[in-house]
Every structure is written in C-alpha cells, then in structure tokens.
Design a binder for this molecule. Structure first.
Ligand code: GLN
Length: 330
C-alpha cells in the first residue's frame, strides 16, 4: 500500500492516509456493486454451450494492490474459466521461451479493429496474426510454447497460472470439451495459420492447448492477483515470486492497452485508460502499473464479448479513483 502514497516521509500522514484510502476503496467497491447488481442487459456467452450455464446474477469485484492488500465485494469466490483473459499470460510465457524477435516474426503488435475471433485480417495483408490478444494470435502463441510433449507444455501453463495466483489451479474439463466440440471458427483460423506457415503441423494439439488455457478455473480474487502481479512488474505481491521478467510484463501491458479489448480498445483507452483484457466467461481485468490489479466477474456479455457490468464498473472506478495512466497519481 505504501507505494500508492505521494508523501512517504511523514509516518503519521502515511498511517492516516492508508486508513482513509482503504476505507474509501472498500466503500467505493460496495457502492459500485450495489449500483450495478440489478443491471440486467446482456447474456452469458452461448457459442461455447457450457458457458451458457453461468448464473447471470453472479457479480464480483476485487482490487489487489501491489503490496498485497485486497478489497472485495460480491461473488468474489465464484469460479469461472479464464477464456481470453488467459491470452496476456500465455503471450508472456512464449516471450520467455522464445524472445521478442522470434515471437513477433510470427505475430504482430497492431490492433485489428475487428472482433476477437476475426479471420479476415489474416487473409487480407501480412498473413500473420495482428497481435497475441486475439484468437488467431493466441493460437499461434500456443503453438510456440516449448516442451517435450503436450503434457509437459500443459503442465508449464498450469504452473504459470499457479504462480500468478499463488496456488494450484485446475482446468474445467466440461468447458474444455464444450469448446473443443464447437470450435469451428477457431479450427478454421488454425488451418489458415498452418496454410500461411505461421504454425506447425500439430493443429489439433495446438488447439487443445489453447482451449485448455481458456478453461483454467479461477475466481475474481485470483484474477485480481494475476493483474496485481503484472502491476508489480511481474512479482506476485503475496508470494514475492518473480513470475515474469519485468520487461516482458511491460510488453504484455503495452499489448493489453492497444489490443486487449479488441474492437473496443480505442474507446476503452479513452474512457478507462488502463491496460485491460476481457474474456467471454464474463471476466475483465485491468492493471494500474505500479499500483494495483482490478478484476470484475459478471457473465452477461455484450456483442463484442465484454462483461456488461464489468464495463460499467471499470468506467466508474476509473473516474472515481482517477485511474487513467495519463492522469498522474490516482
Ligand atoms: N475460448 C474463447 C474463444 O476462443 C475465448 C474468446 C474470448 O474470451 N473472447 O472463442
């Protein structure tokens, strides 16, 4: 918490400011929860049938600071699958495996202005995915994860998420199977990637690894801890383990900022102003670099795949706490 403070050398000011800040953050979260809990627009994702079973009323908000302070309201311990909120972390893992030069010879760093599952830009220009935050880029990145076998590569991914959250995580096998059976669009993206030489011939194995990472189970507290780890330059605020090199954590945040909200990234940058990533299970996490990680879970999503309560909470929270990275100190 002390890293949030502008007046570090006056111990009494620090003490009272911390108490004030903690009470206000908790009160703000409670107010946002109360304000938005009855909002009823949007529906849980249906194109992955298992996700349609989510309870639309579930709603959790968690803020975790880089010093490990946690503020939480609502259904913060309800489990959900990461879906696309897994993408930034797997991108980081591939960076550590292969380095920037190789990875970005296969996947770019430009926003598409297209939907997360778009296939058109692959065909249109460079014949490689525009960035690792969309499905085509994430499938290409999954193909790159180094390991002696599928199991070894999956274990590496599970260990990574375990390090980010600070405890072991598991895969929701029902979500995995459900996506695997219905992933016609992702399967066509993978075949097109193979056609253009972006991925190797192990198409189904690559897709399985991608579906598994999307099916990792967390709750809102876990996701906020993952966000706080990125906010802290790659060090988990609770375990103090370095999960990712700080320069790669910076790369992740850059791409989350420009591409993490897909074809809403510009609007998000303008109104919320922090790096963020959404997933169709109804999760959104945001990172205030050097300060805090924020996660919201609420299954009803809009046409672009973003949690509708999540959008509201982030917009309000950004205004109330002055979170935009262009605004100076919150
Ligand atoms: N697993 C989902 C998919 O590939 C992830 C999409 C998302 O969360 N936006 O379609």
């Amino acid at each position: 918490m002390h890293r949030l403070l502008p007046m570090k050398n006056c111990p009494l000011c620090v003490k009272y400011f911390i108490i004030y800040l903690m009470q206000s953050i908790q009160a703000i979260l409670q107010r946002l929860y109360d304000t938005h809990r009855n909002y009823s627009e949007g529906h849980p994702a249906t194109y992955i049938p298992e996700l349609a079973k989510a309870d639309p009323k579930k709603f959790g908000i968690v803020v975790t600071t880089v010093d490990g302070e946690v503020f939480k309201v609502g259904d913060f311990d309800t489990k959900f699958s990461l879906q696309s909120t897994s993408k930034p972390f797997i991108y980081g893992l591939a960076l550590e495996d292969l380095g920037r030069e190789y990875l970005h010879s296969k996947v770019g760093v430009e926003p598409t202005g297209e939907a997360f599952n778009s296939i058109v830009e692959l065909e249109k220009t460079t014949h490689r995915p525009y960035n690792p935050m969309i499905n085509s880029g994430a499938i290409a990145v999954s193909n790159m994860i180094v390991g002696s076998s599928f199991e070894a590569r999956l274990q590496k991914i599970m260990n990574l998420f375990g390090d980010y959250v600070g405890h072991l995580v598991t895969v929701d096998e029902n979500v995995f199977e459900s996506e695997k059976q219905t992933a016609h669009r992702n399967r066509s993206i993978a075949h097109l990637l193979r056609h253009f030489g972006v991925i190797d011939e192990h198409i189904e194995e690559t897709l399985d690894l991608y579906f598994k990472q999307c099916s990792v189970l967390v709750d809102t507290q876990d996701l906020a801890m993952m966000a706080a780890t990125l906010a802290a330059g790659g060090k988990n605020p609770r375990t103090h383990k370095e999960v990712i090199r700080s320069d790669y954590a910076k790369d992740i945040l850059s791409l989350m900022f420009t591409c993490g909200m897909y074809d809403s990234s510009g609007e998000w940058a303008y109104s919320v102003g922090i790096p963020a990533k959404s997933g169709v299970s109804g999760a959104i996490f945001g990172v205030v670099p050097g300060k805090m990680g924020i996660a919201v879970y609420s299954p009803p999503i809009d046409a672009k795949g973003h949690s509708m309560r999540g959008l509201k909470v982030f917009n309000d929270l950004s205004q109330e706490l002055g979170l935009s990275i262009f605004k100076g100190h919150p």
